[in-house]
Ligand binder design. Sequence first.
Ligand code: FAD
Length: 572
Amino acid sequence: MTLIFRKPIENIERPQMPADVVIVGGGPAGMACALRLSQLIDAHNAKNPDSQLSKENIYVLEKAREVGQHCLSGALLDPRSMRELLPGFEKEAPLDAEVTQEAVYFLTEKSKFKFPITPPPLRDHGNYVISLNRFVKWLGAKVEETGITIFTGFAGSELLFDGTRVTGVRTDDKGVDKEGHPKSNFEPGYDLQAKVVILAEGTRGSLTKQLIAKFDLAKDSNLQTYGQGIKELWEVPSGRIALGEVIYTMGWPLTTKEYGGAWIYGGKDNIVSLGFVTGLDYPDPHLDPQHVLQDFKQHPFVSKLLEGGKMIRYGAKSLPYGGWWAIPPVAGDGWMILGDSAGFLNSQRLKGIHLAIKSGMLAAETAFEALKKDDSSVATLSGFQKKVEASWIKDELWKVRNFHQGFEHGFFAGLFHAGIQQFTGGRGLHNRYPGTAGYQHMKKLAELPADGGDEAHLLGPAKGDGKLTFDKLTDLYHSGTKHEEDQPAHLVIDDTNICNTRCVKEYGSPCQTFCPANVYEMVDDAEQPNGKRISLNPSNCVHCKTCDIADPYQIITWVPPEGGGGPNYDGM
Ligand SMILES: Cc1cc2nc3c(=O)[nH]c(=O)nc-3n(C[C@H](O)[C@H](O)[C@H](O)COP(=O)(O)OP(=O)(O)OC[C@H]3O[C@@H](n4cnc5c(N)ncnc54)[C@H](O)[C@@H]3O)c2cc1C
């Protein structure tokens, strides 16, 4: 059986639509950008009745059916940028609670050790526990009130170029069958011809990846590296955790060879957000991050908290860890890159929402200049790069510029480097620590102990007891994921022969374990040299992008499926 992969249909007429600004992605970065742009245009129009700027041709494209459905985070909100964007936002935004108490623990298999003081980067007093899904829905409603149009259920599938200039975005074709043929309900994607294209696609953005590759934008940056966050929402008996209580853990179930840690946040109505972020730079290809979370919940400290409760939601998403040195140039001829797509995330604090919002605001200021001057060349848009470098985004990320790289040689080396960096303004032993991509740390099976060694408990799929722990399919059911089934696979594998002949032997097909949604399966096939063939269940995909990131041969490309498909992270 041949796998057919999703790509835009060729040689057809596409509707053309002129646009001033197209923002791809309606997460915190994209919504903040749209809101700030509207504020600037309103202020300009109030002062300049004779030279009005219009908002009519400003669009936000969001691949989810509804705003916020694909947004997943912890989430603790650092309110700094929101106070700049909408002073007094606390009065009306959907905030669960202000953080009232924090604690950090180091876990061993059966015990826990509480840090006597909370390390400064993990102090969260003044931050808010939120559901990012609800928060972004609220931001989206604010954007719509301004008159800016949000196209939900439309993915940006390709960038349009004129030489080295980005001139627009093509949206996804709808109504294409599994074989790649138009169905009776076929609708070609639009070509939005835009003066300014703003990429706010979140982690490992698919258009951002095209842009970075086309212009070799990352050539002077460290390779980006990522973590994968697996999250569950639990409803627990009252009294288990205080509203606004924050707990971080490090250590077990990870060994000293992996990077990562857990969070537990107390939200409204006895809802607990808990999750585990595992660095996608682990050595054993059979490690399974969903399994890591299931192990974590079995620690007596955590199982006691959850006992008698019920898991109500599940989700997974990657997050960029590489920090300041892994950020590519963020502006060029006709384009800007924001939020997680650029890599504006403080991995030491596990926080990126406030940085995404601030980057959206700065991009809006630059786009506004471009509209006023009617010039969106690199000369104007490079103002965004300068604004970022002059802002507190740089101040915050500069202090942790070497943080993640310090852990590349294990947990204890990482603590050592983090300690020195704390006292040297983030410098540590060198101004710039090099960084390798996570997949480069993955070892071949022949280099690892056959019995899994001290990582054995993290390997392979979790079985789950159906109460405290769950197998992947049970978890996946709680993500509300749905796609149109009759469409080509949106996980594009360059060469499936590599999966069937090399990967299965060399790495034991790690796609089956790193994918948190059972998209990848090696099925029996007597005609293959190793008796196995790759098979895909794309409709399970939760859009975490892990496969695009962690595949050791780098032959998987995640492209957006037909708009509207994906998880439904309601309340997450
Ligand atoms: C497990 C986990 C826990 C986290 N915890 C915290 C925390 O507690 N506090 C904190 O501050 N940060 C946290 N973060 C990080 C934070 O969630 C991100 O930094 C933030 O969401 C980035 O915002 P964004 O707008 O750049 O991207 P996103 O929030 O990812 O939004 C991107 C949007 O773009 C849409 N999109 C993507 N591609 C396309 C396309 N081609 N066409 C159309 N639409 C598209 C997506 O559907 C999505 O709606 C966490 C992240 C994870 C994964």
